[in-house]
Write a protein that binds this ligand. Structure first.
Ligand code: C2E
Ligand code: MG
Ligand code: MG
Ligand code: MG
Length: 289
């Protein structure tokens, strides 16, 4: 009886494994085609300097314009890319597209820094550094104008291994940011030792700071920590004016979020930046000193 039950459990388990595998294979096939046929596009979200109140850069965020007419967000397809190794050509594509776009904006008279996200697996890919070097050179990008964002969880998976790659990027002059800061389990000792220049405070804390004293305290102490360690700090997910004002009062360096601008297609980005700069300029005539 027990053996039979175990057997059917095994059979069930196997079938669901097969289903997962075949779903993943379909996704992998579609994603490979997507990469080859320009279904993947970068959108760009403005990042503003809270002292000068101007747009200083953008973060590149992937979107998949699926042939079925929907636009898929990265959380739906990145896990497959990460599991299957497709993340390598994907990241290479992102670096190339982002830096090519940055140069196009430069040509049009708009200078922006650009941030790209990389996955855990990219940190342990021998070709990453070469990909970054090639793209910087090809598109005349000064290394300090490129930020590589790696999540706190990625960096902490293997801090020693991650440090190797991040040190090389750092030595090249590329900026390294810890993304989603506060959601992982980083020991402060490691943050201090990692070759990073920037902390991006996760939006769960930013979104909560107006009404949750614990979140407000986390944001305040992170801004102070960053200042002490000589790191810059960006608040992610700023959704209203009250939060932006609170962040300025804390002397948080930079902000990003729907209140300032949503991720936008490359062709509409210059208009968004112009509008945002004009608005920030008139809205904040009074300086917080
Ligand atoms: P992330 O790097 O932390 O990016 C910020 C995410 O928050 C983006 O989601 C952005 O659209 C969203 N966001 C920005 N402002 C606000 C706001 O005010 N409120 C709310 N609720 N959300 C806001 P998105 O584009 O869906 O990307 C999700 C994650 O996928 C990113 O998180 C990043 O980890 C990853 N990702 C995106 N593009 C790439 C890529 O090209 N390569 C890799 N490896 N990962 C990527
Ligand atoms: Mg990011
Ligand atoms: Mg983030
Ligand atoms: Mg995230």
């Amino acid at each position: 009886q027990a053996a039979k039950a175990a057997q059917s459990r095994v059979a069930y388990y196997d079938r669901s494994m097969d289903r997962d595998k075949s779903e993943q294979l379909i996704m992998l096939g579609e994603l490979t085609t997507a990469l080859e046929t320009d279904q993947l596009q970068l959108h760009y979200q403005p990042q503003i300097d809270l002292t000068t109140m101007t747009v200083v850069g953008v973060e590149a965020l992937l979107r998949w314009h699926h042939p079925n007419g929907t636009v898929l967000s990265p959380s739906t397809f990145l896990p497959t890319a990460e599991r299957t190794g497709l993340i390598r050509p994907l990241t290479s594509y992102v670096l190339t597209q982002a830096l090519a776009q940055r140069r196009q904006w430069m040509t049009d008279g708009l200078e922006l820094s650009i941030a790209v996200n990389i996955s855990t697996r990219n940190l342990f890919d021998d070709t990453l550094i070469e990909q970054v070097c090639t793209a910087l050179k090809e598109f005349d990008c000064p290394p300090r104008r490129l930020t590589v964002e790696v999540t706190e969880t990625s960096a902490m998976t293997d801090p020693i291994g991650a440090t190797e790659t991040l040190s090389i990027l750092h030595a090249m002059g590329v900026q390294v940011a810890i993304d989603d800061y506060g959601t992982g389990y980083s020991s402060l000792a490691y943050i201090e030792r990692l070759p990073v220049q920037e902390l991006k405070i996760d939006r769960t804390f930013i979104g909560g700071m107006a009404h949750n004293p614990a979140h407000a305290a986390i944001v305040r102490s992170t801004v102070e920590l960053a200042r002490t360690l000589g790191l810059s700090v960006t608040a992610e997910g700023v959704e209203d004016e009250v939060t932006m004002t609170a962040l300025r009062e804390l002397r948080c360096g930079r902000a990003q979020g729907y209140h300032l601008g949503r991720p936008t297609s490359a062709d509409r980005l210059p208009a968004l930046v112009a509008e945002l700069n004009a608005h920030l300029n008139t809205a904040t005539g009074e300086r917080i000193s």
